[in-house]
Design a protein around this ligand. Structure first.
Ligand SMILES: Cc1cc2nc3c(=O)[nH]c(=O)nc-3n(C[C@H](O)[C@H](O)[C@H](O)COP(=O)(O)O)c2cc1C
Length: 331
């Protein structure tokens, strides 16, 4: 009997125009054109993390990605966490640039989804529960990203990735992508086996040469295990509501500064792009940041225990593909 080599190709790959069902998660500040381009060149799907970025930077990032030869990509925005005037400028810029896909997150804004669809933009919505998934699909979203509580960064829901997938897959009329707790090939294979059509990965791509995260963040992430991450609402500056994030434990999550918080004191702990970074800010340290880097929000998912080196993004994709094929063949 001939051996059949398992294929990772899913219908989502054709829809998005990528070789492998591996999406770069939209990570604000971290996922810029260098990382999105490297992921896309290696066969994945590049997403620019542009939350709250000014229109000139958004435009420059999209143009740089296109100059690198990438036509199939997405821009990630978080409407609810963005001031309405800035959001409108961001959306107009995306429409003006004919951005092919957008990844939206947090509250489901049905009017915005309909507007993007009417303008010919494909909409991918990251959700954390079935209610939001239904609202996104009703408004016309083309793809859902099911984010589990294991995920790094802001965490929308409370279910684990695989429980959420199991709930969504039977009824979802659109492809579902798994996000949270997945960093290597066996996780990709498991998600596909459960019926997901792809994965959206943040932490594993943060630990790459091309990610715009500060080296301190990358190093802390590769040294950590899942048990070193914390689900907390402590980082609440520059976000529109108290919201949980998953970060690496540090002095802030251990409560060393709780007195300052109860007194409502503003404390500057560093600088980024010429702007002050405040204690309890949701901004994670990027390349060029200075100050008390370890007191900033060091986002990381529970998958960090499987991420042990800082590598080129292409190498990471190759390992994901090889590992998933091996795991599926073993089955
Ligand atoms: C450093 C970092 C920044 C993030 N920023 C965003 C963001 O700006 N927009 C967004 O939709 N999700 C953001 N997320 C969440 C990701 O979209 C995704 O759900 C998460 O990374 C998946 O979990 P993983 O880190 O275990 O792969 C961020 C995650 C990380 C790790």
């Amino acid at each position: 009997m001939a051996l059949v080599t398992p294929t990772l190709h899913t219908p989502l790959c054709d829809l998005l125009g990528c070789r492998w069902p591996i999406l770069l998660a939209g990570m604000g500040g971290v996922a810029r054109h260098r990382l999105a381009g490297a992921v896309a060149h290696a066969g994945g799907f590049g997403v620019l993390g542009m939350v709250r970025e000014p229109p000139h930077r958004l435009r420059a990032e999209v143009e740089a990605l296109r100059a690198a030869g990438i036509e199939h990509f997405a821009v990630n925005l978080i409407p609810a966490a963005t001031a309405p005037a800035l959001l409108e400028q961001q959306i107009s810029t995306c429409l003006d640039l004919s951005v092919p896909w957008m990844v939206l997150f947090w509250d489901v804004d049905q009017r915005l989804i309909r507007r993007l669809k009417d303008a010919g933009v494909g909409v991918i919505h990251q959700i954390g529960a079935s209610g939001d998934a239904q609202a996104a699909v009703d408004a016309g979203a083309d793809v859902l990203i099911a984010q589990g509580v294991e995920a790094g960064g802001h965490v929308r829901g409370r279910m684990t990735t695989f429980s959420l997938l199991t709930e969504l897959i039977p009824w979802s009329p659109v492809p579902v992508v798994a996000s949270g707790g997945i960093a290597e090939g066996r996780g990709l294979a498991a998600a596909l086996t459960l019926g997901a059509q792809g994965v959206s990965l943040g932490s594993t791509f943060l630990a790459t040469h091309e990610a715009n995260a500060h080296d301190h963040h990358k190093r802390r992430l590769i040294q950590a295990r899942g048990e070193h991450t914390v689900y907390t609402t402590t980082f609440d500056r520059n976000w529109h509501e108290p919201a949980p994030v998953r970060v690496l434990a540090n002095r802030v999550t251990r409560g060393d500064y709780d007195d300052l918080k109860s007194q409502g004191r503003d404390q500057i702990i560093g600088e980024q792009d010429g702007q002050p970074v405040y204690l309890f800010s949701t901004d994670s340290p990027l390349q060029g940041a200075s100050g008390d880097l370890d007191d900033m929000a060091l986002y990381a998912g529970q998958s960090c225990g499987a991420i042990n080196a800082i590598e080129p993004a292409a190498h990471r994709i190759q390992q994901l593909v090889t590992g998933a094929e091996k795991a599926l063949r073993r089955r």
